[in-house]
Design a protein around this ligand. Structure first.
Ligand code: CA
Length: 405
């Protein structure tokens, strides 16, 4: 279709609203406004019109303004208390210093619109392209009181530094690329980091493109507070009843929780088994055992769980060699590990403190062992107030048990 035709039939361009749901209340928390063209064959998406940078800026600005006004009329006419999300091309916004958009909002503000209910969506790639030359502009538009969402985050790999500086209120991640795939755990690692960063800078993580049960599960597991997608509700020309997905979400959350609980139980069981085993083994320690003799005894007794064992003091200095299982499944002592320091590792000191206070062993999260390049967990146990045992559990073992991956 020709862009000019769209402009000629502007009155047939109407807003559609895709509901966004919040995990905490399971209610509609907002709507993303999407442009649709009414045709004889039904309403057609106009996404292409706004993404095509060859279409003259004036056209796109004019149609944006048209859609925003239609949407704001609907929004205020039906007295919504939710957010309204508008997409905007960053370079268009920069071109007129945000004037068109801000003027539109201000004209509705006089009619009672609260700017805090408006969310402006800008694509991460576009913001990345313009941020460093226009920092003042981006801080300036944050001063009006509407919210900012960074859209399509992680599309081409994430710019964590950009996100930290831009400080969006909402971070939108599209999960539709995962359709029908076994989710590679790598995505999950990236989205977990994004979730941590969001938490640190006070942003809310929103997963969009949710079109299946497993994608909703993925969003829930990775710290998403808001969800958007066909699986919950398709866009429509009207606003929906806020509680329309409440029952469905509660039911799904229940499934997620039952499943996660089983995984946690498996981790507790393994922790307990290892603790029982270690207590037994420690009874065989004699006062003149060297640290290496101790870990050899542990290796013998914990053979089926471990591929690497060592002990550290409370400051993270390794006191023993590494006991490691070689390719022939024999335990060997590797001396070069001794006196290395591990206190720089994430969670290390926190873990030592917990062992010290609670006097019990802990199982780590799943992480990738640098040397073996495989996902492992580490079990740690306080042998004394100043001596801590670390036992690395291989992927193979975790894989064979239910719920440890
Ligand atoms: Ca969007």
């Amino acid at each position: 279709m020709d862009p000019l035709d769209v402009m000629m039939t502007k009155e047939k361009v109407i807003p559609y609203y895709q509901p966004i749901f919040s995990a905490d209340k399971q209610l509609v928390v907002g709507y993303e406004v999407l442009a649709r063209l009414q045709t004889e064959e039904g309403d057609k998406s106009l996404g292409w019109f706004f993404q095509d940078k060859n279409i003259p800026d004036e056209y796109r600005l004019e149609l944006d303004e048209h859609i925003q006004k239609r949407a704001l009329d609907d929004f205020m006419g039906t007295d919504q208390s939710t957010f309204l999300f508008f997409n905007y091309d960053t370079s268009l916004l920069l071109k007129d210093n945000g004037d068109t958009f801000i003027k539109t909002l201000e004209s509705y503000q006089q009619k009672g619109l609260k700017l805090q209910q408006i969310v402006l969506e800008l694509k991460e790639d576009d913001v990345a392209e313009h941020f460093f030359d226009n920092k003042h502009f981006f801080y300036y538009i944050q001063s009006f009181g509407f919210r900012l969402a960074l859209d399509d985050v992680g599309h081409n790999g994430s710019n964590l530094d950009l996100i930290a500086m831009f400080k969006p209120n909402i971070i939108k991640v599209d999960v539709s690329f995962m359709e029908d795939e076994e989710f590679p755990h790598l995505y999950s690692e990236v989205h977990q980091s994004l979730s941590m960063l969001s938490r640190k800078i006070g942003a809310t993580l929103l997963f969009e493109g949710v079109s299946s049960f497993s994608q909703l599960n993925y969003a829930w597991r990775n710290g998403g507070r808001y969800y958007q997608g066909f699986y919950l509700r398709s866009p429509s020309s009207t606003f929906v009843e806020p509680g329309c997905c409440r029952e469905k979400m509660q039911k799904e959350f229940h499934h997620f929780i039952v499943y996660e609980r089983k995984k946690m139980e498996a981790q507790f069981t393994l922790t307990n088994d290892l603790t029982t085993q270690l207590k037994q083994t420690m009874k065989t320690f004699s006062p003149d055992d060297t640290y290496d003799e101790m870990i050899k005894k542990v290796a013998k007794d914990c053979d089926r769980y471990a591929f690497r064992i060592y002990v550290c003091d409370a400051e993270g200095f390794q006191q023993s060699s590494n006991a490691e299982k070689n390719d022939q499944k024999e335990w060997v002592l590797l001396e070069e590990g001794r006196f290395k320091n591990w206190s720089w590792r994430p969670y290390f000191l926190e873990n030592i403190m917990r062992m010290n206070i609670e006097k019990r062993g802990f199982l780590s999260d799943l992480y990738t062992d640098i040397e073996r390049d495989e996902r492992i967990r580490t079990y740690s146990y306080p042998i004394s107030d100043n001596l801590y045992l670390f036992l690395d559990i291989p992927y193979n073992y975790l894989f064979e048990q239910e719920g440890l991956l």
